[in-house]
Ligand binder design. Sequence first.
Ligand code: 5AD
Ligand code: SF4
Length: 430
Amino acid sequence: MSKKRFYIETFGCQMNVHDSEKISGVLSREGYSPAGAPGDSDLIIFNTCSIRQKAEQKFFSELGRIRKLKKKNPNLMIGVAGCIAQQQGKKIFRRAPYVDFVFGPQNIHLLGELITTAAASVATEDNPDVANADLPVTRGAGGKAWVTIMYGCNNICSYCIVPYTRGRERSRPSENILREIKELAARGCKEVTLLGQNVNSYRSDRDFPELLEEIDALGGVQRIRFVTSHPRDLSERLISAVQRLDKVCEHMHLPLQSGSSRILGLMNRGYSCEDYLSKIRMLRHSVPGIAITTDIITGFPGETEDDHTKTVEALKEVEFDGIFAFKYSPRGETKAAAMEGQVADEVKSRRMGEILDVQDSITLKINKKLETSLQQVLVEGPSGTDRKMRSGRTRSNKIVNFKGQNSSVGQTVTVRIIRARKHSLDGEVV
Ligand code: 5AD
Ligand code: SF4
């Protein structure tokens, strides 16, 4: 009898990408094998994201398309996972009765049961013990791996749905994390990215700087990254760990969200723009040349032209290596969704355009300074745009495309940067 096949479609952040690796691991354990396309599968799982309305709409339109496959093949099973699943639970069946089961990010371990019971089952319980459940993981190739260190989030940022979908903060015991990384290293992994909504509030028998120290001391893995850090909790001890520990890469993603302290207050971020700038100065003083990236939200309720100008000024002052900018999207239960002064979509778009224009020239200016420099690049695979080229990243997390057919995935090569682009660098192996 041929094996049953599954297909996973993933939306959203790195957490979801990594959760899909766990879903894939559980399905493989249950005897399924991966299918190349949705049409070739017996089970399709959507791992969904609800951070902005656009992500949600995209999922529902994809789901609608898959319905046709189910009409052709009534035995096809459809599961909905991730943040929309957690938030909407059984409401999903009302909208899409052809869905077989729904499970949230805290219930991936129940997937084995769900595929046998199916029939409109829902698994969205809060599950604090999931922090201890070491699920099988099917990882992507490329010498890199995600490792969850904590689940959930205790910061109630007024715009954010995550605390409602991923629950309260739970840190994984450090011994489980260290064991996982040792196993990865033994299988040839060269880079780990530690995942958590707010990694600097990691706390088990260790705190986050202590955890970094222990991972740095393990053999094998050469690079350590982590996302995401909260500016309020960025401590001198963490900065000192980044400075001191050889394997911890010189890059930090530190979401600013707005350059207006008034808006930051409304967002409940727990820092002012001045606090943020002083942390950046501290970081750059201790770790010269560190790359810093950020997230910006445009058109938060009540954002005036003056607030927007302050964000543009903050971008010019900090000179981030790169940013992700998003139009504010009101989310169900969040406080900001009910705030007065919702901003019109055209205004959000115009402000976002201005922000991206300012940032593009900053990014290009920073990248230009790297021309002729030598960079250590961890090879990830063929370049996305030209399969004859290789692609990898510098320690500062910049993408480098280069000629070098002989370099293999997971190898670190020295590359001279010959041309800077807005979102990547071109280089040649020396
Ligand atoms: N609308 C727009 N952007 C949002 N983000 C989080 N919630 C929202 C929302 N409701 C952005 C923040 C966060 C990033 C992951 O997504 O900038 O840092
Ligand atoms: Fe990730 Fe947030 Fe989207 Fe959930 S809602 S998948 S935590 S970005």
